[in-house]
Ligand binder design. Structure first.
Ligand SMILES: [Zn+2]
Length: 153
């Protein structure tokens, strides 16, 4: 793994352990060049999935974008990070096992809503209130700019 600080090619694994839900391995690494420490996560990815944003735009599935939206919806709600990870892992598994090579950003939004509904009612309302807008026209990322205006807290 190349060092993000000095681009040295080799790093040593100092610590390696599964996350609580067992869905990922977390590794603490130290660069052999500059000694900087950083963390990597190893996760299962069954297939390469493309996200369809609209007729002309596709991009590779990116788990972090879902993580970001879910974290925003749950901001200051005191929801366990572990439960958020499980929600996102569940969505990722659902997509990867669907048998399709593509998923629409609209469908992802719908899965996030389903997950949040059972997790936290305020987070669900925050997400749902902007979902209609971005499912019609915009990016998943549009959620980030609107979430602060709804739901209070
Ligand atoms: Zn380095």
């Amino acid at each position: 793994m190349r060092c993000p600080f000095c681009a040295h090619e080799n790093s040593q694994v100092k610590d390696s352990r599964p996350t609580e839900d067992g869905a990922a391995i977390r590794r603490r690494r130290q660069c052999e060049g500059c000694g900087a420490r950083f963390t990597t996560f190893e996760r299962i990815q069954l297939r390469d999935i493309m996200v369809v944003k609209n007729e002309n735009r596709r991009e590779p599935f990116n788990r972090q974008k879902i993580e970001k939206s879910v974290a925003l919806a749950c901001r200051k709600r005191g929801v366990d990070q572990e439960r958020l990870d499980q929600l996102v892992s569940g969505i990722q598994r659902q997509i990867e096992t669907s048998g399709e090579n593509e998923v629409s950003s609209k469908d992802i939004g719908s899965m996030v809503m389903d997950g949040l509904r059972t997790l936290d009612s305020v987070a669900y309302i925050r997400f749902a209130s902007v979902y209609r807008d971005f499912s019609e026209a915009r990016d998943f990322e549009a959620f980030a700019s609107t979430v602060k205006d709804v739901g209070g807290a």
